[in-house]
Ligand binder design. Structure first.
Ligand code: TYD
Length: 206
């Protein structure tokens, strides 16, 4: 399934605190300005299965790492194929779809605690045309998470995020033809990162 590439589908990936959410919004303002049809979305979603994922992350539900991985994958399948709000349908209608996280997050995060073979198997989804990987050092991510305050989710830990970062590299080392990996240094200011992303996407017609 990964060999199938969904055109005009852009996903942001990175560690917690890397800045993917900020950058997704910044990119959407660019398409807004250019009057290009787009939809922004995120995983875990705010649909019923995604809400269950957040209940696990915020410790309102206790389960196993494998069950959590299956929930992420189920949320993703619904996110792609749901007949009313699915990404595939939106793409077919001619919009760009920009998602804050996609299956690379599962490969990177869930493989820390689960068998990577199992995680790969349950994440056999089509590939996006563009992956924007906001690569921010773990120390910087942790500083930003601390500054943001609020409830710390399950995954905000140094060793854990270092493993996640390694897993991202593995996931990106073999991508199918037609998938463009745009790697951006996320340690600069939000404006600097935003401008780098725009520059990197400029050569492609979207
Ligand atoms: P996210 O919503 O990006 O974080 P935030 O609430 O800070 O905006 O994602 C929530 C957490 O879920 C985050 O720690 C990353 C993790 N995650 C996975 O472990 N696997 C996945 O497949 C996805 C999509 C997210």
């Amino acid at each position: 399934m990964r060999e199938k590439v969904l055109g005009s589908f852009i996903v942001f990936e990175g560690l917690d605190g890397a800045g993917t959410t900020t950058q997704m919004h910044a990119l959407s303002r660019y398409y807004e300005f250019n009057r290009r049809k787009y939809v922004i979305t995120n995983e875990p979603t705010s649909n019923p299965i995604g809400r269950m994922v957040r209940d696990v992350l915020q410790k309102r539900i206790q389960t196993t790492p494998e069950a959590l991985a299956l929930l992420y994958a189920a949320d993703r399948d619904d996110h792609l194929h749901n007949p009313s709000y699915g990404i595939i349908r939106i793409l077919e209608e001619g919009s760009i779809v920009i998602s804050d996280r996609y299956f690379y997050s599962s490969i990177a995060y869930q493989s820390v605690e689960c068998d990577p073979v199992f995680i790969n198997l349950i994440n056999d989804f089509p590939s996006p045309e563009f992956i924007i990987y906001v690569d921010t050092p773990v120390e910087e991510c942790l500083k930003r998470i601390e500054k943001r305050g609020g409830e710390k989710e399950l995954f905000d830990r140094y060793d854990f995020l270092s493993e996640v970062r390694k897993n991202y590299e593995k996931a990106f080392s073999s991508l199918p033809d037609g998938v463009h990996l745009i790697r951006i240094d996320g340690s600069g200011s939000a404006e600097e990162v935003e401008s780098e992303i725009r520059k990197s996407l400029a050569p492609y017609s979207l």
